[in-house]
Structures are given as C-alpha cells and as structure tokens.
Design a protein around this ligand. Structure first.
Ligand code: S6P
Ligand code: ZN
Length: 193
C-alpha cells in the first residue's frame, strides 16, 4: 500500500484507466453466478468451457482510516448474459455515512442506485460526466455500450463494502437489451426488505 503521508500522482487513460496502480481485481462470470438474472444462461456459457471476464478494477487503496481517499478504475467489458448487460456486483458501503464520486472515462453505461427501502434511480455515465453517489445507497454500474466502459471511483478508504445484501436481495431494477437497445425494468426477483 502507498503511505497516506506521501503525495502521489497517477496518469489517467489507457487500458487500465490509471497508471501506475497498486492492485488489480478481476471478476469473471463464475464470480457473478448469484448476480445475473438468467442463471441458466450463465451456466450454459460456463458449460461451453468459457469463463469470460466481466470486469476489472485497478486500485490505489489505503488502509481503512477516516480521512483517506481510495482511487479505483473499473473496466467493464461489453457483453450480455442472456438479455442482461454485463455489470458490477454492486454494493452498499458498510460505513453508511460514506459517499462516492464516479467519473466517466470511456464508453457508456448506467449506474443503478437504490437505498435500503428499494427506492431506485438510474443515471447515465459516459466520458466527462461526474456522478455523486449519496450515502446509504447501493450502486451497480452496467455497460450498455459496444466498447469497454471505463470509469474512475473516489471513495473513503474506510467505507467498507457490503456485497451480501445485494447478492441475496438483488437490485430493484435490471438493464436488458430489447430490440438492440437497453431498457430498464423493475426486477421481478428483487426481494424488498
Ligand atoms: C468502490 C467503488 C468501485 C467498485 C467497482 C467494482 O466503492 O464503488 O470502485 O468497487 O466499480 O464494483 P463492485 O460492486 O464489484 O465493488
Ligand atoms: Zn462504492
């Protein structure tokens, strides 16, 4: 990890969105089996001997400490499982008071944002758009384009990530391809609290 007392710079752009970075995380279809709506479609792809990369995250993280900011760059590949576009798992922050900033770099996507009651909004992300994600909300990013979706995230290093709520309850909305275009629908499988 970088020392939080030392200044650093990283260059924006290129394949990894930031360079240099410290940590690379890779998420493949097999990591996301509980997340995509069409489980049968997921298993079909895996049975075919493929386990495609869905997204990568390149990070410059600090230890969890109030006042420190982590930077991460997410690269979501273009693609679908059944009719559903590739997306990130999505999460709430464990520390409920923490917010986050996303900055679009490449490609186009939709951020699904919802609170614990399931009140949901969706917002476009693309180059030169900055999105403020308020505290207490789960966020998932969906790549609805034909190229990779690349965006930078800046968030408190002590935010913590609660993946379990989204894994078990799902998101209130899904983004599907219909007639070659993305449409946002209520998720029939969403388990309201
Ligand atoms: C972290 C921030 C992003 C995500 C990344 C991957 O707070 O929201 O860096 O970690 O987009 O998504 P996920 O849901 O797998 O962490
Ligand atoms: Zn987050």
């Amino acid at each position: 990890l970088n020392s939080p007392l030392e200044l650093y710079t990283t260059e924006l752009g290129g394949k990894t969105g930031i360079s240099p970075y410290k940590i690379k995380v890779e998420r493949r279809l097999s990591d996301l089996l509980d997340y995509f709506s069409d489980r049968e479609a997921s298993e079909e792809i895996l049975r075919g001997g493929e386990d495609p990369i869905i997204y990568e995250v390149y990070e410059i993280p600090f230890e969890p400490l109030e006042g420190l900011l982590n930077v991460g760059c997410t690269v979501i590949y273009p693609g679908k499982v059944g009719d559903e576009y590739y997306f990130t798992k999505g999460h709430f922050h464990e520390k409920e008071s923490t917010s986050e900033i996303y900055i679009g770099m490449k490609g186009e996507g939709i951020i699904l944002i919802q609170d614990h009651e399931g009140k949901a909004v969706n917002i476009k992300i693309k180059p030169n758009v900055l999105v403020y994600i308020p505290p207490g909300t789960a966020h998932r990013t969906v790549n609805v384009g034909r190229e990779k979706l690349v965006f930078i995230a800046i968030y408190p290093s002590d935010a913590g990530h609660d993946y379990e709520t989204v894994r078990t309850k799902g998101f209130a909305r899904v983004v599907l391809e219909e007639d070659g275009k993305p449409i946002i629908k209520d998720n029939p499988r969403y388990k309201r609290e």
